[in-house]
Unconditional design. Structure first.
Length: 192
């Protein structure tokens, strides 16, 4: 749930972030976190702009606010345990989703996704990206984001989630179709 708070801060700040998902039993990126930071703890952030690497969601949120914002952390992300409890309640019906690894092949290039944390449809796609351990470049596009106009100029409409897969050339909207596409393209062992 702590990772949820970091993702929310990314959305508040309208940042583009490259995510390397670390689902339970994920064989690719979980071991790299241990190798890079010395602990198997999540979230773990590495900022390529400054070289800063850190654990602890509260520290990451404060760092993001100081480095990419005006230094202030939104009240709902600064209440410690109360923030964790409310984040947990928001995802209660989806317990376990986005945490378990499904064997998949890692694409050569990250999938790009335009999404925002507050959307339940974006959350479904994000959970699938995490379960399949698919690296993805998140273009945060919450209400008021200029990135919404980028998608509108490109596609003639704005809708989130929207993905572009540079590995296949696929571009699509609609969470259910995106999830079907990701599974059909990247899951290693399909059940009949």
């Amino acid at each position: 749930m702590k990772t949820l708070q970091v993702r929310e801060m990314v959305s508040v700040l309208d940042l583009d972030v490259l995510f390397y998902p670390c689902p339970r039993k994920g064989p690719t990126f979980r071991p790299k976190v241990l190798e890079m930071g010395g602990k198997k703890q999540f979230p773990y952030m590495v900022d390529p702009n400054t070289g800063v690497a850190m654990y602890e969601s509260d520290d990451i949120i404060k760092y993001l606010a100081d480095t990419y914002g005006d230094g202030s952390v939104p009240i709902m992300l600064s209440l410690g345990l109360l923030t964790a409890i409310t984040a947990g309640l928001a995802t209660l019906g989806r317990i376990g989703k986005g945490n378990s690894y499904t064997a998949s092949r890692i694409p050569p290039q990250p999938i790009e996704i335009w999404a925002f944390e507050g959307s339940p449809f974006c959350r479904l796609v994000r959970e699938t990206l995490v379960e399949l351990e698919l690296p993805h470049l998140l273009h945060s596009c919450a209400r008021g984001s200029l990135k919404r106009q980028e998608v509108f100029k490109k596609k003639g409409v704005f809708q989130a989630p929207y993905i572009e897969d540079p590995n296949t050339g696929v571009q699509m909207f609609e969470s259910a179709e995106i999830i079907d596409y990701l599974k059909a393209t990247y899951v290693l062992y399909q059940s009949s």
